[in-house]
Design a protein around this ligand. Structure first.
Ligand code: ADP
Length: 217
């Protein structure tokens, strides 16, 4: 099942897409698969993959704060610097593979396409905040209604609408723009694979696993 050589270069894998598309599910599946193959890995996320990032996350996804879109963009960028310097780069240097729930692709999709922040700002920030580029970014593409229904259901069940539901409360139009943003990113940046998310979690994982194994070999 694993079939890998001894000298593996660690890779940086990102799983991205709109809320409720199945990112967490696939991140866990990939983590379990790596564990089964004795492949060292670290699961992480944006925002919130570090101590400072957790504080930023609680501000960013809470409905309590009415933040300017540019402020939001800068806080996500600050989180990304912390995340790379504290988690991603040190682990890669130690030979540990990274599996991250979201990265820069989300910022183009949500802040530039969703929130209509001037793209020039993020293009500038890209140069100073993306310190290492993912070996592969999976964009799980799925029907927006299905994804949002799942995401909102989870928030309601856990009573987290106010603390974590800022994005899930936005309109379908917002998420249409976000999806366009992910598709735009996939066309314009390297290492992005669009995954058909309208299938079972196992079928989706099969595609992800095959692509990851091809890169690792
Ligand atoms: P995200 O991390 O993108 O918000 P999750 O992985 O948490 O999404 O999935 C949201 C919900 O949808 C969870 O209840 C999960 O069990 C379910 N789910 C995930 N992938 C699928 C799938 N392919 N088909 C059906 N339900 C799924």
């Amino acid at each position: 099942m694993c079939n890998l050589g001894d000298e593996l270069k660690p890779i940086f894998v990102v799983i991205d897409g709109i809320d409720g598309c199945g990112k967490t599910t696939q991140v866990c599946k990939l983590g379990n698969f790596f564990s089964g193959c004795n492949i060292l890995h670290r699961i992480t996320k944006e925002p919130g993959g570090t101590d400072v990032g957790s504080v930023l996350r609680s501000i960013l996804i809470s409905k309590k704060y009415n933040m300017e879109p540019e402020t939001e963009l800068l806080l996500y960028s600050a989180d990304r610097i912390e995340h790379q310097k504290k988690v991603i780069l040190p682990n890669l240097r130690d030979g540990i593979n990274i599996i991250s729930d979201r990265f820069i692709s989300s910022t183009y999709a949500y802040q530039i396409f969703g929130r209509s922040v001037d793209k020039k700002i993020l293009d500038l920030l890209f140069d100073v905040t993306v310190l290492t580029y993912p070996d592969i970014i999976f964009f799980i593409d799925i029907d927006l209604n299905t994804a949002l229904e799942r995401a909102r259901k989870r928030l309601v069940q856990n009573n987290l609408i106010d603390d974590e539901g800022k994005f899930e409360s936005l309109s379908l139009d917002f998420f249409k723009r976000v999806r366009d943003g992910f598709l735009w990113y996939a066309k314009n940046y390297k290492n992005v694979v669009i995954i058909d998310g309208e299938r079972s979690a196992d079928e989706i994982f099969e595609d992800i696993k095959n692509t990851v194994m091809d890169i690792l070999k």
